[in-house]
Design a protein around this ligand. Structure first.
Ligand code: NAD
Length: 460
């Protein structure tokens, strides 16, 4: 077990290292990002292996949904960093001339990154890119529920970065809570809503700002004006990659009643194309993370009527891709984020009522709409609120570094990816500079006779 003294010691050393100013040097930051990318590329095989052991993740998914998102993010960050670090000039009222104003981004100091288990490599390393780019020191606490990946991250970082700059602290809830007792300059947390509240409460003690990347029930609306096959494929892909253990996965479908039967047929056909007759035998279909989550998901199978899948194997932590019909909002499966390979279907006939239903629930991390109808696209965009939206697609928006990624309301606080990561780990320092060569006496007491002059001056 990791002791509090050990944690305190690392933070102390990181504070000393931060105070040297080394991390602020732009060339240093770029060098570290390049090094991080190289380490990841050199460790590709070990990453595949760790993710296979933790989640039975297929190599393709490990590459496409973890490794490449990180390497592309590093490239994007390196490309833009010299622009992002520049102080930005801000206009002042002419009455204040010759004064000038600028905003300087500066690093926050020592930051804590707490990761989740579902994309355990990505969720620990992607925030680190922003922390390095902005010039901070960082401590990473990967999820203990993906132990092979956690150990690999600790080894990779421990071997190549000094702990006074970047350190990995492995451990579970207790270690996380020990870390949270300390003062950090920012806490970046990915995980569930309940733990998010614990993190925010702990951070409040030190007035530490937080980013909370949480989850939620992300709806997927399917209108009648669609390409049926492509819609089915894109929904299945977003739902069943990583066996549904994706914060952004479409949680449930809200389907126009006119096309429901056809959509179900298309989903069934495409599931077979993706994973074969028996998905348990497919090397492309991952497993649930552990028995606790398996049992939580198994209970959801009692909701509604299973029309596709519903097969389970506890020893293998396997639940087949499952579609459940005839559910209602009182069913267990609709009470909380599913976070597994179970897709409930609710039908609608009136889109306004469907939107009202979405709006009567907490704001989701993502909202998906399948429709060619431009007016409907506009209506849904304007009348709902969610962390992000995809139209005729699922999940893909998180792969665009220019799109800030994060939730709203119950689905999270703050955002990252690309420039948003740099902003998250920076303080924007507002500065005002006034030379000595002129100093008009309009603002100094005694004020007698100056108010009317000031009013005149401000008219222009
Ligand atoms: P979790 O909240 O159980 O755990 C996340 C981290 O918090 C882990 O590192 C864990 O060690 C730590 N932790 C757990 N209990 C704690 C406690 N009592 N005190 C302090 N720290 C504690 O989440 P999880 O099960 O790892 O991940 C699942 C959730 O994360 C889902 O809700 C999912 O939607 C969400 N998620 C969100 C994103 C996103 O980017 N928005 C990404 C992945 C997962």
């Amino acid at each position: 077990m990791i002791s509090n003294t050990f944690i305190g010691d690392i933070i102390h050393k990181q504070r000393d290292f931060f105070a040297t100013g080394n991390t602020k040097n732009i060339n240093f930051r770029i060098q570290q990002l390049k090094k991080l990318k190289q380490i990841i590329m050199d460790s590709e095989e070990s990453i595949y292996q760790a993710l296979k052991l933790d989640l039975n993740k297929p190599q393709f998914e490990s590459f496409a949904t973890e490794i490449v998102l990180i390497t592309k993010e590093i490239d994007y960050t390196i490309k833009h960093l010299k622009t992002w670090v520049k102080a930005k000039k801000v206009q002042v009222y002419w009455q204040l001339l010759p004064a000038s104003a600028k905003v300087y981004p500066e690093p926050l100091g020592v930051v804590l990154i707490i990761g989740a288990w579902n994309y355990p490599f990505l969720l620990a390393i992607e925030p680190l890119i922003g922390a390095i780019a902005a010039g901070n020191c960082a401590i990473i606490k990967p999820s203990e529920l993906a132990p092979h990946t956690s150990t690999l991250i600790a080894e990779m970082i421990g071997k190549h970065f000094p702990p006074e700059y970047i350190a990995v602290v492995e451990g579970g809830v207790e270690t996380s809570q020990d870390l949270l007792q300390e003062r950090f300059d920012h806490i970046f947390f990915t995980g569930g809503k309940a733990v998010g509240k614990i993190v925010m409460t702990a951070a409040a003690k030190h007035l530490t700002p937080v980013t909370l990347e949480l989850g939620g029930k992300s709806p997927c609306i399917v209108d009648r004006d669609i390409d049926m096959q492509k819609t089915a494929k894109r929904i299945i892909w977003g739902k069943f990659i990583n066996a549904g253990q994706t914060c952004l996965a479409p949680d449930y479908l809200l389907v126009n009643s006119h096309i429901k039967e056809d959509l179900l047929i298309a989903i069934k056909q495409n599931l077979q194309l993706f994973y074969g007759e028996n998905p348990q035998l497919s090397s492309d279909y991952p497993r649930n993370i552990n028995t606790k989550h398996f049992q939580r998901l198994e209970k959801f199978l009692q909701s509604g009527e299973i029309i596709i899948g519903g097969d389970t194997n506890k020893d293998e932590l396997y639940i087949s891709p499952t579609v459940i019909d005839h559910v209602n909002w009182d069913d267990a499966v609709m009470q909380d984020e599913i976070f597994g390979p179970i897709l409930p279907i609710i039908t609608y006939t009136d889109i306004s009522a469907a939107i009202a239903t979405i709006n009567s629930h907490p704001k989701p991390l993502a909202l998906y709409l399948f429709s060619r109808d431009q007016n409907l696209q506009k209506q849904v965009l304007q009348s709902t609120s969610s962390g992000g939206v995809c139209i005729n697609e699922t999940v893909m928006h998180c792969s665009v570094p220019g799109l800030p990624f994060g939730g709203v309301g119950d689905s999270g606080i703050g955002r990252y990816h690309g420039k948003a990561s740099f902003d998250t780990f920076s303080h924007y320092k507002s500065t005002y500079k006034n030379p000595f060569w002129v100093d008009i006496n309009w603002r100094y007491p005694p004020y007698k006779g100056k108010l009317s002059f000031l009013k005149q001056l401000l008219r222009f």
